[in-house]
Every structure is written in C-alpha cells, then in structure tokens.
Design a protein around this ligand. Structure first.
Ligand code: NAD
Length: 446
C-alpha cells in the first residue's frame, strides 16, 4: 500500500503544510538502482586517537570509488560529502571520545541527503574499563545522532575485531545506497581467519554461490531471491505447496528452481539436502507467519502454529542441513527475526517468542557452526516493512509503525533483501553471530 503521506511531503504544498504544523518530514530514501548502484562524491575520513588502521583504511575507502578527503577545506567546502567515516577504534577514554565530537560537529550539517555516517569502534576491553566506557559511549553517540540527523541520512557503528580488510564488504554496504533503511546499528566484524573471499566483482559479490530462500513465493522472500540473483547467485525457492503457482512464477522470472515444501515437515532438512545435492552456500530462513491474539485469548493452536514455522522448523532444518554437510564451508545461514522479538508487541507473545528464539539460536550457534562447519550464522530483524502483511494492519497502527522510526517511513522488502545479500557474500565471512535490524532505527526496543 502506497505511503501517501511520504508522497505528500515530497510536494511543495505538502512541505509547507507539514513544516507549519511541525509534522514529520520523511525524505525519500536513495536506494540501489541499476543506473545509480553506488554513491558518487566525497567521503570524509577522520581519525580519533592514534589509530593503527589509518593507512589501510584510507586505501580501502579509496577502493569504493568515493573521493576520500581528510577535511572539508578550501574548494571542497562547496561540495556536500555523501559520507563521513570516523575511525574511533583507538578511542580509550573521554579525551579521545571528544575527538569523535570534534570530527563530526563541524561537518554533520553539510552531509548530503541520504548520506552516511559510519563510526568504526573496537570491541570492549575486559581489562580496561576506561576503554570499555568510551567504546560503549560510541553506541549512545551513534544512536542519538541517528535519531536527530534526518533527511534520510543513516548513522551506524562497526566494531573492528580483526584486520580492517575483513570489514571491507561491511563498510561498502553501509556506505552504499543498499543500506538505505539500516540505521542506528552496531555490527561487529571478527578476524575472518582467512575465510573472507574478496569478490572479483563487487557488483556481483554472490557469483558462483547457490542460495536457498524459504517463503520465497511473495513478500520479503521474493525480494531476497531477486536481490541474490541480481548479485550473481543461483537460487532455490521454497514455499508451501499451496503457493505453488506464485512460487513457479517467481522461479521462472528469476531463473531459479522451485521447491514446494512445508518447512514444518519433520524431514524438510533432509528433503532440501537431497534436492540441492549438498551444494548450498547460503540458506535464508525467511518463511514466517503471525497468528496474533493477546495471551488470554490465544489458544494452544495459535501458539504452536507460529512457534512451529518461525522457530522449531528453523532449528530442525538448520540441524539437519549442517549434519548432512549440505552447506559448504564458507557458507552462511541468515535467519529472519523481527523487532517484535527485541521489543515485544501487544498480541504477539507467540510471534515475539519465536523471533527472540531465532536471535538466541544465532548467538549460540554462530561460534560453533563456524568452528565445526566453516559456516557463519546471522539474523536480520526487520521493523515495519511495506508488505501484504503490514497492509492488513489497521490504519492508525500502520501510520504509527511507519513514522515511529528515525527515517519516518516504512522500509521496503528490498531493504531486508539488501541486508541479507550483504551477509550472504563470501566477503562477509568475518561477520558472525550478528543481529542486524532493518528498521530505519525503529523507536521500539531502541
Ligand atoms: N513484513 C514485515 O513488516 C516484517 C517485519 C518483521 C519480520 N518479518 C518477517 O519476515 C519474513 C517474511 O515476511 P513477509 O512480510 O514477506 O510475509 P509474507 O506472509 O508475505 O510471506 C511469507 C511467506 O512464507 C511462506 N510460508 C509460511 N509458512 C510456511 C511454511 N510452513 N513452509 C514454507 N513456507 C511458508 C508463505 O507461504 C509466504 O509466501 C517472516 O519471517 C516475517 O515474520 C516481516
């Protein structure tokens, strides 16, 4: 369903009226398009404290095609930067934390519409509470700036826990139009331990990879499959047999293979392993359902229907696929959580329990799956995404869902798809055990 308010605020009378009334003025987001796949223009690179990464980071940022500058000086002042990167990995106390303020304070106003602020931090030290305090301080800083910056601009924090090179796919994603609806997030990038494969072509980072997407007949799953194909992957599309017609249509359009299967079947994992002959690199657990009722009105059938699809089937198929060796080394599992699993939601004790469960699965399994199978495990947690599911929500609640985030609008299925594609790349093998919200920095559970 079209966001009429967003369209209205894009017109001259709409701008005038909403400004006069003090109403939110969401900016149309700049997303990936074939004509404009990346940002062009200036990227400011600042360093707070004595960072060891300066030279390497500068080279990496230069490879994005953006013009990297250390300051907004002279003629450059006339150009609005499209991004600002602040390397705060060396921040270890209030003094160096102040350098983050000093770097961003003079330039934040000049940042282009839909521009990007990226702060790089370090993992919190267990031995140095001054470092830990300042590094945790970066989270408060980033989340607050994300809430106030406006005009479709995003602010994220990446904690570098290994070589900077292992974070290249993550930095590129967060500095590109692909991450339009990702803001206020903290992502840790580990050492990668030699598993990171730099894509030969950053425009097709999934070339040579085979991905299974569950719930792919429509909505977010269809968008995920489409985006993975755009990035070079072969796809296997799974959905319930009753959605066969839609599934076949999507498979034909994308040149993928359809697998009609109810993911709650006890042998679904074995069935997938047979169908794909052990040749999967990416598994996207996207299939999900809601059966909302307040707990007092929720019968056992509603509870178990949701828990079966959203959690039990994900646990069972994951175990079966890993046991069968159906996911190749260097592969990845991406599960779909929800902000309801983080913040909770009225009428959704079943759904929120299942989606919080998915987060628990990721946190526990990620280190073991990597050590045992060479496979990473992460979650995307969508906020309010414009789909058939959210179009059915009553008007007032729908409007609240759309506006109650820093970007003042709902996300699109493609926003979840872009985040999934970033995690699905062999270039992202150093990202493990992360839960990344695609929610425009929803105010719920913030
Ligand atoms: N739309 C949102 O705002 C939103 C927000 C947070 C999380 N999510 C999650 O994103 C995922 C996709 O959501 P959507 O909005 O695209 O939903 P959707 O209802 O449009 O699509 C879900 C798909 O999953 C399939 N599916 C359901 N049960 C299945 C089963 N047992 N086996 C195989 N396939 C099955 C459905 O047939 C459908 O095609 C879900 O996990 C949902 O919980 C969505």
């Amino acid at each position: 369903m079209a966001d009429r308010y967003l369209n209205f605020t894009g017109t001259a009378p709409g701008r005038f009226l909403t400004r006069r009334l003090g109403l939110p003025q969401p900016a149309p987001l700049r997303r990936w398009s074939a004509a404009h796949p990346v940002f062009e223009g200036q990227l400011l690179h600042f360093t707070a404290g004595p960072s060891a990464h300066r030279g390497e980071l500068s080279e990496l940022l230069g490879r994005t095609g953006l013009q990297v500058r250390g300051s907004l000086s002279g003629g450059a002042r006339r150009e609005q930067p499209v991004g600002v990167v602040v390397d705060a990995t060396a921040v270890d106390g209030p003094e160096t934390l102040a350098e983050v303020h000093a770097a961003l304070h003079p330039v934040v106003r000049t940042l282009a519409t839909s521009g990007r602020v990226l702060v790089l931090g370090a993992p919190l030290s267990a031995d140095d509470h001054h470092q830990a305090a300042a590094q945790q301080g970066l989270e408060g800083f980033v989340r607050s700036l994300g809430k106030e910056i406006g005009r479709g601009r995003t602010v994220n924090l990446v904690r570098i826990a290994g070589p900077v090179a292992a974070a290249e796919s993550t930095l590129r994603f967060l500095l590109s139009p692909r991450s339009a609806y990702v803001s206020g997030q903290v992502v840790e990038v580990g050492p990668g331990d030699g598993d990171v494969v730099v894509p030969a072509d950053w425009a097709r980072p999934l070339a040579g990879r085979t991905a299974l997407v569950t719930g792919a007949a429509r909505g977010i799953g269809e968008a995920v499959a489409e985006t993975l194909v755009r990035d070079g992957a072969q796809v296997v599309l799974l959905d319930v047999p009753s959605a066969r017609a839609d599934l076949d249509r999507v498979a034909e359009r994308l040149g993928g293979r359809a697998l009609p299967l109810d993911i709650t079947a006890g042998d679904a994992g074995e069935h997938i392993a047979d169908f794909t002959s052990g040749g999967l690199d990416v598994v996207v657990h996207n299939a999900g359902i809601t059966r909302d009722r307040r707990l007092a009105n929720m019968d056992a059938a509603r509870w178990s229907a949701v828990l079966d699809v959203n959690l039990a089937a994900v646990l069972r198929t994951t175990d079966a696929l890993l046991k069968a060796g159906a996911v190749r080394r260097g592969g990845t599992l991406v599960t779909t959580a929800s902000i309801a699993g983080i913040a909770g939601n009225t009428g959704q004790t079943n759904y929120a329990a299942s989606k919080a469960g998915v987060i628990g699965l990721v946190r526990s399994l990620a280190p073991r799956a990597l050590a045992g199978h060479g496979v990473t495990v992460n979650a995307v947690a969508p906020g309010f995404i414009e789909t058939k599911m959210t179009a059915a929500v009553p008007l007032v609640i729908r409007e609240a869902g759309r506006r109650m985030n820093s970007l003042g609008q709902g996300g699109l299925p493609v926003d979840v798809a872009e985040t999934t594609a970033w995690l699905a790349s062999a270039g992202s093998a150093a990202v493990n055990g992360q839960v990344v919200r695609v929610c425009g920095q929803s105010l719920l559970g913030a």
